[in-house]
Design a binder for this molecule. Sequence first.
Ligand SMILES: Cc1cc2nc3c(=O)[nH]c(=O)nc-3n(C[C@H](O)[C@H](O)[C@H](O)COP(=O)(O)OP(=O)(O)OC[C@H]3O[C@@H](n4cnc5c(N)ncnc54)[C@H](O)[C@@H]3O)c2cc1C
Length: 230
Amino acid sequence: MTFANGSTIVTDILVGADGAWSKVRPLLSDATPTYAGRSMVETYLYESDTRHPATLALVGGGSMTAYDETTRIGLGVQRERADTLHSYAMFDQPLDWFDGIDFKDGPAAARTVAAMFKGWAPELVALVADSDIPPIFRPLYGLPIGHRWEHVPGVTLIGDAAHLAPPDGEGANWALFDAGQLGNAIAEQPKDIDAAIRAYEAALFPRNIDTATAAGAYYPDFKPLNGSVQ
Ligand SMILES: Cc1cc2nc3c(=O)[nH]c(=O)nc-3n(C[C@H](O)[C@H](O)[C@H](O)COP(=O)(O)OP(=O)(O)OC[C@H]3O[C@@H](n4cnc5c(N)ncnc54)[C@H](O)[C@@H]3O)c2cc1C
C-alpha cells in the first residue's frame, strides 16, 4: 500500500473499508458504481425548536418522508440530536439535469431547489429554503446487485466497498455488521486468516444480493447490471 504522504507498507491482510469509490475494490473486481437515477440535496435546520417550530411539529420525533408520485420529488427528514432537522430533497433526474443548479453559491442553490417545491406546505419548503448549511449535492450510486468476486488471498471488502446500494436506511448498519462478521471469522480461525476471509465472503455474497435488492426496490430506475452479476 502507498499512502498519500508517500510512505508504503506491505501487509498480510488488506480490508477495503473505503466506501463507494474504493481503491481496494479493483484488486478483486472490475465492478464500478452506476448512477441510481436519483439524487438528493442535503440540508440542515438547527435549533428548530425555537427557529422552526412549525416544521419541527410536522416532522415529529423521528423521521418523515413526503413524496409526490407525479413529479417524483420528495423530502426525507430525520430529527437528530436535540432539535436538529436533517433533510434530503429527492429528485429522480439524470445527472446532467443538476448542472442547472449552482451548488457553489449556497443561497442561490437553496432558492433554486426550494422553488422546485412550489405549492408544497411552507413548513416543508423551509427545510430547504432556510437551510443553515449550503445545500450539498448527493448523487446516488450502486454496485451491481449481487456483487461478488473470485477470492484473492489476503484481500477483502466490507461495507459500501463491497455492496454499495442507493440508501434505504440500512447501509451503515450493514457496514458495521460486515466488520463484526469478518472479526468473528478471524477470531474463529486466527491461525488461518485466509480460511477466515473465505468463510466471511461465503456469507457476504448472498447477503449482498439481499441488501442491494432491498435498496433497489426504492429506486425504480436503478438497473445496476453491468456484467458483474453472477
Ligand atoms: C445521501 C445518503 C444518505 C444515507 N442515509 C443513510 C441512513 O440514513 N442510514 C444508513 O444506515 N445509511 C445511510 N446511507 C448509507 C451510508 O452512508 C453508507 O452505507 C455507509 O456510510 C457505508 O459505510 P462504509 O464505512 O462502508 O463507507 P464510508 O462511510 O463511505 O467510509 C469510507 C471511508 O473511507 C475513506 N476513504 C476512502 N478512500 C480512501 C483512501 N484512498 N484513503 C483513505 N481513506 C479513504 C473515506 O474518506 C471514508 O471515511 C446514506 C448514504 C447516502 C449517500
